[in-house]
Each structure stands twice: as C-alpha cells, then as structure tokens.
Design a protein around this ligand. Sequence first.
Ligand SMILES: Nc1ncnc2c1ncn2[C@@H]1O[C@H](COP(=O)(O)OP(=O)(O)OP(=O)(O)O)[C@@H](O)[C@H]1O
Length: 457
Amino acid sequence: MRNFSALLRKKPFAIPSSGVPLPPGILVDEEISPVYDSKNFYPAKPGEVLADRYQTMVKVGWGVSSTVWLARDLQGHIEEPESIVALKIANNNTSSAGHEREVEEHISTADPSHRGRSLIRTLLDYFEVKGPEGSHSCLVYMPMREPLSMYQRRFDDSKMPLPLIKTYIRALLTGLDYLHKECRTVHTDLKLENIMVSFEDPAVLADFMENQLENPMPFKIDSVGRPVYQSRNDFGPLKSLRSIPQLVDFGLATRLEEDDDWGVWPIQPDHYRAPEVILGNGWQMHADIWNLGVLLWDMIEGKELFRHIHDQEGRYDAKLHLAEMIALLGLPPPEIMQRYQYMREYSWPEPVRREDGRICETAEEYFCGPFFDAKGITELHISNESFSDSHTILGRFLYEDLIPNRKLDDTISFLEGDEKEAFLDLAKGMLVWHPNFRKPAAELAAHPFLQPKQKSA
Ligand SMILES: Nc1ncnc2c1ncn2[C@@H]1O[C@H](COP(=O)(O)OP(=O)(O)OP(=O)(O)O)[C@@H](O)[C@H]1O
C-alpha cells in the first residue's frame, strides 16, 4: 500500500551552502578551544538532511565537543507550518552526549505533570549520524532564543527589569525543585550560559531563518578539509518580555538516587563552587542551591559575588575563595569543620586530572589544602571589624591574612530599603555553609522577595 502522508511530507529545499569565505588563518568558533581536534567534529553543512528527517540550516552554537544547528523538521504534512528544531551534534570521541541523553530522558519521564518540568530542557529526539571518522550522537531540542548572558545584554546597562528577574529566579527554583525532588539529580554546572531563554514570538525565529537564506554564514575550510561555519545566534531586539527561562546542559548532571548517595569529585564553575566541594565534604542537591545563590548577583547586580578568587597569574585559588566566603558569611560551623577533618584523608574512587594536568586523589590535593588547622579543638574568637559576632570553631583558618574586608550586605547596590533586605534574606537562605541548612528550592520559590507586587487599586 502506498504511504500517502509520506508523499506529502515536507521536502528539503535548496539552502545556499555558504557565504563569504573566511581567511584560513583565523580561528572560527570551536577552533578556538585549546583541545580542538578537527577530526572529532562532524563536518555539518547547511542543507544536508540528517536521519532522513532534519535539514540543517544554520549553526547557532558550539562547545568543546559539539556544534549546535537549527534545522527544519521535514516530518509532518506539507501544509503544516514549518517546524524548526535545534540539533546538538556531538563529537565522535565523547561519551557525554550519551550521559546527557540518559539524564534528559530520566528528567522527561520522572513526573511529566510537575510544573518545573517545562522549565528544564528535555530531549525531543535522538539519533546517530555517520561522519568520515566515526559516529556522532545528535540530540534534538526545541530551538531557544539565547543564553541568559546574552539576553541580559539587551537591556540598558545589562540590567533586566526587577519584576522580570524575580519571575526568572522563581522559574529556575521551580525547575530545580523538580530536578532535585522528583529526578534526584544535581545539575552541577549552573551559570548564565546554561540558562536559555525561549522565543517571545515565533516571528523572531521565522524572520531569522528567512534572513539566513538571503545572507548565508561565512565559512572556512580547515587544514584537514573540514568546513567550519561561523555561527549566528543574534536573533535581534526583543519584541516583548514574554520569554521563559529553561535550565539546559545536563552533560555534567549527576543522579543521586538514595539519601546517602554523595558526589565527591570536583564540580561547578569556579565562582559558583559550593564550600563542601572545595572542602571535600561530599555534595548533594544542596550544592545547586549554593550555585544559584551566587548566580543571583550576576542576575541582579550584573556582577559576580566573589571578586578575589584568582591568584596574580589569574588562576583559581581555593584558599582565596574560602577566605572570601568567610568574609561574607562568617566562619564555618563546627559540624562542617569536623567533617572536613574527617574527610581529609578520603581518597576518591578514581583519581581526577586538574586543568594543569596534575593527577589528584583527594580534594585536598586538587584544591591545594589544607585550609584549616588540624590541631584538636582550638577556640578562636574573631573580633576584627569585619565580623559582628564572635564564633567558636574547630581549627583555625590557615590564611586569615587573606580574608578581605567585605560584607554581604555591602555587595548590593541595585536594590534599596525593604527590597534589599528581602533579597538578602532570600540569598542568606541559599548561601549557608552547612548544606542541610540551605533552604530547598520549593521553599525559596515562595520567598516574599520573589512574589509579584500587588498593584494598588
Ligand atoms: N536549543 C537551542 N536553541 C538554540 N541555540 C542553542 C540551543 N542549545 C544550544 N544552543 C546554542 O549552542 C551553544 C552550545 O550549546 P550547549 O551549551 O548545549 O553546549 P555545550 O555544553 O557548551 O557544549 P559542549 O558539551 O560541547 O562543551 C549555546 O551556548 C547556545 O548558544
């Protein structure tokens, strides 16, 4: 029997394969990465049909081990409106796409009725494509407008309006509530680039795609003959503020099924790293709450909270980071110190390689500890100007001279009065040394600071 719906399927159309050639000497997109190896990337070109279904049109992003393309979905009736998807085409040598797929499939099915699920990017489809040097996993997603880092820059002074920021924070917390409670998954890599914003109006995407046909991407051919296209991801000015944020990139996410499952290896971008990760105390979902707590400054102030975490050569320095945490939050409580001393000797199940190539077996080696005095119980009363109360702790911080004179309350310039107080109250529920005393995502989402203001009659 003939399959009539297949006959009426959308057809690939001619797509100009490239625009202006770029000089071979300049590095384009993924080529910038120090670990770039051309043969690992799929040589995607505009106009090709992958998996007999997706016609690639324009490259919109790249990472160290993937490129991201917008593509027409040819499935569906010829008269149905065009459907555009985003394809993340992974390198042939990476297992992270398989892991990402597994986690995202779990997230899609854990509880489809939860409000937070729609605030997390999930997979639409998955397939493999053969390249000249092996097989590449392709993850298919809804197309999104841009990462939050780019969206922010569309506003004066890169500051989104406060009511909008509040809505976004509430949405991200609702997403995290789903991820933590229902999916028992830790994202581990929350940053503005991993929060993507949806299209506020379908016309934005339609106009962009139209424009690509008239004005194709510049490209170059690299030294081994692979075409490298220069990605385009500027979808132009906002038509409205009707976008919603989604948490993306689950390549490093970790599932912790049981209450006593712990992650021990290093996670999180340097600025957003939770203290339990640096101290080697083991981490769970609460590490994401710290991470988002730090990210609030990027969203509200347009600046990072931690300012003194790099040494003079610009390398991340964990002792500086802990010193700044102490300045902003006071000293860690005794339970954290006890656990730190107890875990210091703990070797990871597998060694971890640092960026500088050193192989490390413990958190202390990795982050260049020790950080606190191990000599029994030491009573230390801090009474310098930067601390209002005195604390009693186990073990002295070994780098007291590095503690900067900063207070959390002074880090906020964008808010005043009651708004500032309410914001700090929210943040102080997230930036807590003891992970168990950080508030869970659902409780934080209901915080008064995040609730829309009632309009007076
Ligand atoms: N659904 C999407 N719609 C539009 N653009 C996207 C989408 N997903 C990703 N991108 C673009 O591609 C870029 C890279 O995507 P993503 O963050 O998923 O990869 P990555 O994790 O950085 O890659 P890698 O794992 O290879 O390092 C994003 O910063 C964004 O610009």
